[in-house]
Design a protein around this ligand. Sequence first.
Ligand SMILES: Nc1ncnc2c1ncn2[C@@H]1O[C@H](COP(=O)(O)OP(=O)(O)OP(=O)(O)O)[C@@H](O)[C@H]1O
Ligand SMILES: [Mg+2]
Length: 407
Amino acid sequence: MFPQHIGRYEVKRELGRGGMATVFVAFDPEFERDVAVKVLPREFLHDPHFRARFKREAKIIAALEHPAIVPVYDYGEDDGQPFIVMRLMPGGSLADRLKQGPLTLPEVARIFTRLAGALDEAHRRGIIHRDLKPGNILLDSQGDPYVSDFGMAKLTQGASSFSGSTIMGTPAYMSPEQAKGEHDLDGRSDIYALGAILFEMLTGKLPYDADSPMGIAVKHITEPVPRILDVKPDLPPGCEDVIRQAMAKDRRDRFPTANALVTTLQTLTAPSTHPQPSRPQPEPATQKAKPEVHETPTQPLGCSFVLRWALASAAGGAVGLPILALVIAVGAATAQAAGNVAATAIISAIGMGIALSLFGGAVAFAQWFVLRRLIPAVRWWVPASAAVWASIGLVLGFIVGIGAGRG
Ligand SMILES: Nc1ncnc2c1ncn2[C@@H]1O[C@H](COP(=O)(O)OP(=O)(O)OP(=O)(O)O)[C@@H](O)[C@H]1O
Ligand SMILES: [Mg+2]
């Protein structure tokens, strides 16, 4: 059951329910168009300051104009129930789109390019979204994305908690500072959420998962930034850097603007680029400088690099060794049966070449697997290593073959 009227709006049907509100499709007889009416729970009005805050915040949100922000047309109260009227977005949300599976990098870059302008414009005006997530990115009939519910989290603040199912928004995209309950937030909390959304759009998985909302929130605060290439290894390696910088625990290490994030993302979609790890951008003028803090322990060079290289090579070698032994044994038996020196040398060279190239390939693959950030292109690393080992094998095999043939 739903109301027939909300203010002057004639309710047609329910669109959906979120954590705090119910959204209806309604007809506006004044402008003769369909709109989306978002009705907030009556309980809000128990807060004596809510009405004043609602008006103040709704005005600010309604004044926020950008081609990629869902416009707010009206707000009001109907029989003690506050509501907000917005443009009706017929294409569903990005959360609906994600149910069909992850998006490609160019698709994501296109969506983010549009959204970045909207976010930066809002942040310039001092308005933070606070609850950026795929469910709050709505699509029009052309599939173009719009940010919705700007500032709604602040509007409904105080009526929420982490307990039970009625949490304000979901902590799945929540920055560590929000999860800690800090109050002096700025646009960089939205940049963090953008990073978490990017992770989900490219992989189809959330960056952190846990059994409870509180468990997820704690992971945002304490766990290292997840490595996107571990979830989806075929993405360009530069994606790792974008996620790491967007989701940095310390907001001073994040991209300062959504546009800076998108600019880096776009370089990854260019087919022939060899993206460099991006560096944190200069901080906004109001922030004090601080030494860089990176939460992932990965160091490109140094002791851990040498150790990891050695361990990876040993692991690859251990896998390659039985293949090496088998091919050499078969090669040696065939070569000895050949009868003359030249044939023995040639068969031995080919056998040793194949054996060492397989061995080298296994070692190279293990090296790439462990040190993907330093060896971005497995496509050339494994074949090139295998080729070098094969040439060594050919020469060695030839020499050994001549010796064996003569003996
Ligand atoms: N302007 C709109 N046009 C079309 N659909 C909308 C519009 N606004 C919201 N919806 C849809 O209505 C449903 C409820 O939206 P609502 O914003 O209340 O919840 P939510 O974004 O999922 O969660 P939260 O309460 O955290 O914001 C969602 O499925 C959303 O896609
Ligand atoms: Mg919403």
